[in-house]
Ligand binder design. Structure first.
Ligand code: BG6
Ligand code: MG
Length: 220
C-alpha cells in the first residue's frame, strides 16, 4: 500500500465550523419561514453554498437576485461566527495528526468546498502544516464531484490512489470514491458508511491507526 498524502476536509473534520454553517442556515431559514432541522442539515454537510440553499428551498422558486441576497445573508451570519475562531477551536487530535504526518514525511492538503476556508485556516493557525490548499474557489464542480480532491492531489503532484481523503460528509466520501482516492469517514455510519475506514472523530487517532484501518479494509 503506497500512501503518500492525506487530504483533509475542514468543516467538521479539523474544526467544528459545520455547526456554524448549520446555525447560519437555520437563522436564514427561520427568517424566511422555511422548515429546516438539524437532521435536514446532515444532508448539507460538505455541500457548497449555492447547492445548500437549493436544498433548503426544496420546491420553492426564488428569483436569482433574491437567491444571491439570501446566500450573502447566510454568509454574513457565518462570518460573524468565524470571527471568534482561535487555535483552541481545532478539534481534538487534528493538530497532533498534522504534525505527526509532517514528521513522518507524508504530505497533507486541505480539500474544503468553503470559500471561507482560508480565513478559518489562518484563524486556527494551521496553514503552515498544509502542503496544499484547495477551497471553494479552486474548482467549478463541487462535491460529490471529485474535482476538488483531484485539484489538491495535483497540487501535491500525486495520483489519487496515493492520497487518503478524510471527510465528515456523505458528499465528500462520494467525491473521494469517484476520484479514485482512499477514504476515511468521520462520524456516524449512516453518514459516512461508504468510506473504507470509519472513526468517530480524529480524537486520539494517530497516523498508524488510519493506515492500519485502510490496510485491513484492503485485505477484506
Ligand atoms: C463545506 C461545508 O465545507 O463548505 C458546507 O461543509 C458549506 O456546509 C460549504 O456550505 C461552502 O462553504 P462557504 O463558506 O463557501 O459558504
Ligand atoms: Mg465537512
Amino acid at each position: 500500500m503506497t500512501i503518500k498524502a492525506f487530504i483533509f476536509d475542514l468543516d467538521g473534520v479539523l474544526t467544528d465550523t459545520a455547526e456554524y454553517h448549520y446555525r447560519a442556515w437555520k437563522r436564514l431559514a427561520d427568517e424566511e419561514g422555511l422548515p429546516f432541522t438539524r437532521e435536514d442539515n446532515e444532508h448539507l454537510r460538505g455541500v457548497a453554498r449555492r447547492d445548500s440553499l437549493r436544498l433548503i428551498l426544496k420546491d420553492r422558486v426564488v428569483p436569482e437576485g433574491k437567491f444571491q441576497a439570501m446566500m450573502e445573508r447566510k454568509n454574513g451570519y457565518y462570518l460573524e461566527f468565524i470571527k471568534e475562531i482561535t487555535p483552541r477551536d481545532l478539534l481534538p487530535g487534528a493538530k497532533e495528526l498534522l504534525e505527526e504526518l509532517r514528521a513522518a514525511g507524508l504530505k497533507s492538503a486541505l480539500g474544503s468546498a468553503s470559500k471561507n476556508a482560508g480565513e478559518v485556516l489562518d484563524r486556527l493557525g494551521i496553514r503552515s502544516l498544509l502542503d496544499a490548499v484547495s477551497d471553494g474557489y479552486s474548482v467549478e464542480r463541487q462535491k460529490p464531484a471529485p474535482d476538488l480532491f483531484l485539484h489538491a492531489a495535483q497540487q501535491l503532484g500525486l495520483p489519487a490512489s496515493e492520497c487518503v481523503v478524510v471527510e465528515d460528509a456523505a458528499a465528500g466520501i462520494e467525491a473521494a470514491i469517484a476520484g479514485g482516492f482512499r477514504s476515511v469517514g468521520l462520524g456516524p455510519r449512516e453518514r459516512v458508511g461508504k468510506a473504507e475506514a470509519i472513526f468517530p472523530s480524529l480524537a486520539g487517532v494517530r497516523g498508524r491507526d488510519l493506515l492500519g484501518a485502510l490496510e485491513a479494509n484492503q485485505e477484506k
